[in-house]
Design a binder for this molecule. Sequence first.
Ligand SMILES: NC(=O)c1ccc[n+]([C@@H]2O[C@H](COP(=O)([O-])OP(=O)(O)OC[C@H]3O[C@@H](n4cnc5c(N)ncnc54)[C@H](OP(=O)(O)O)[C@@H]3O)[C@@H](O)[C@H]2O)c1
Length: 82
Amino acid sequence: MSGSPARTIVVVGATSGLGHQAARRLAAEGHRLVLIGRNPSRTEHLRGELPSATVITADVATATGVSRASPRSRPAPTTSTR
Ligand SMILES: NC(=O)c1ccc[n+]([C@@H]2O[C@H](COP(=O)([O-])OP(=O)(O)OC[C@H]3O[C@@H](n4cnc5c(N)ncnc54)[C@H](OP(=O)(O)O)[C@@H]3O)[C@@H](O)[C@H]2O)c1
């Protein structure tokens, strides 16, 4: 990691382009990632590429997609107590 503490970072649009490059860089820096894209085959590929990340298939232009991506609809992450 580049000296900064690990953070939990959400990248919307992580399946291609700028978001994909950002996700790869942030993963290499050791951050906890929540990665979002619409295309199921691309999100499946992303799960294989960055297995430590939480990858969500959701269209955030829709209420259903926003709900699917919401932390309240997912199990709470394990947190550090230090
Ligand atoms: N590329 C550049 O040089 C550049 C420069 C300046 C600004 N920008 C801007 O930066 C943004 C990204 O550019 P890009 O070239 O990286 O685009 P891109 O390759 O088309 O990537 C778009 C990403 O956003 C996701 N996405 C789009 N709509 C979504 C939605 N409703 N819900 C969830 N995910 C969604 C796509 O997921 P799926 O593929 O799974 O659908 C994909 O991962 C654009 O707004 C672009 O105008 C780009």
